[in-house]
Design a protein around this ligand. Sequence first.
Ligand SMILES: NC(=O)c1ccc[n+]([C@@H]2O[C@H](COP(=O)([O-])OP(=O)(O)OC[C@H]3O[C@@H](n4cnc5c(N)ncnc54)[C@H](OP(=O)(O)O)[C@@H]3O)[C@@H](O)[C@H]2O)c1
Length: 376
Amino acid sequence: MSEDRFAFIIHPIDVRRDVSRKYPALRHLPTWLIELLSIFCPPLYISKISGVRSNANGRELEGWFVACPLSARLMLSLPPEFVFRKIIQSGRLAERLGARILGLGAFTSVVGDGGISIARALSIPVTTGNSYTVAITMHAVRHAARHLKVDLHEATVAVVGASGSIGSVCASLLAPDAKRLILVGRNEHALQRVAELSRQAGAADVQTNTEVASVRQAQIVISATNALQAVLRSEDLHPGAIICDVARPCDVARQVSEDRPDVVFIEGGVVEVPGDVDFGFDFGAPPGMAYACMAETMALALEGRYESFTLGKRLEPAQVAAIDKIAARHGFKLGGLRNLQQTVSGSEFAAGAAGASPGRQHEKVAVGAADYILES
Ligand SMILES: NC(=O)c1ccc[n+]([C@@H]2O[C@H](COP(=O)([O-])OP(=O)(O)OC[C@H]3O[C@@H](n4cnc5c(N)ncnc54)[C@H](OP(=O)(O)O)[C@@H]3O)[C@@H](O)[C@H]2O)c1
């Protein structure tokens, strides 16, 4: 057994799709029945993860996926005590497997207090992965803007879900560079607090808005809500906009990919993992790739930092910078820019660029694997 061991909790987001990845026979059942059964189902061992190896110190990890059987919808609608109990039971399974650190996937960190209560109930450290998710989102947005020759200093940037854990720190980190920031959310009071933090971080022009339609003014959009349904539709988007969708389930409606070929989507938070990783389970990312929240857990284990690195709803930019450095040292990289399960092609970039500033000449941008090396 390796000395460096981690576990990561996953759970169904698209119920039939995700549950049938482990139990194909269940795809014939209606969603409501799978959800009903899941309420009585204990946490599940999903797979063993091997082959994650540090480029810096050669340490190799052993890990496990464990599943909290509740869907995102159930996590938001069942009594919080019940949901916490299920997540804590999943954490105990990870402890019994031998994990020394636990990562919280998707809504297991969204519900409640961002992992604080869960960490208190367990004897191993817990991390939400949100710090590295923000770091990799920043790399993806800056990378795409550079390739499309969209100057951030001349651009309007919208952050949807701006009062959330990920959205608020994305706003602060973009504040010094964007010409104008539009913070979009449902609660004006919470948005004002984020606007103030953005001004302190150097934003010259910050606006708040509770209408998603305000996104239409933005050339760059980061979306990180905890909504169960898509919030961004074709008519909400600026011509040629670059959209980084961090949310799981996604915030951008599927229809947009058909209606708006001018728009460049990036599936946020996809990371290339160092070594020759075998996750033992298809959770939806391409081979060798993980989501940034998983990568944060792995990077901390490779670093030997068995601590609750990201907990709670409030992130600090310094945490984001710290985990970005740690992850880059061990060899984690931005995993290409993916558009609804596919790598974004050169022509999509060119089309997006042309739409972003009509009339301007753009070089056709070649987007190959080599373009995705992180600049650390
Ligand atoms: N890709 C990855 O690796 C990765 C990693 C971690 C998390 N995630 C995903 O990222 C998303 C955000 O996570 P988080 O931890 O930042 O969640 P969070 O702290 O709960 O924040 C979500 C925010 O979205 C806002 N919101 C909800 N519905 C909205 C709507 N219709 N319009 C505008 N704003 C809305 C909420 O506002 P109210 O407070 O007013 O409800 C809240 O402030 C989740 O979907 C999560 O699964 C992805």
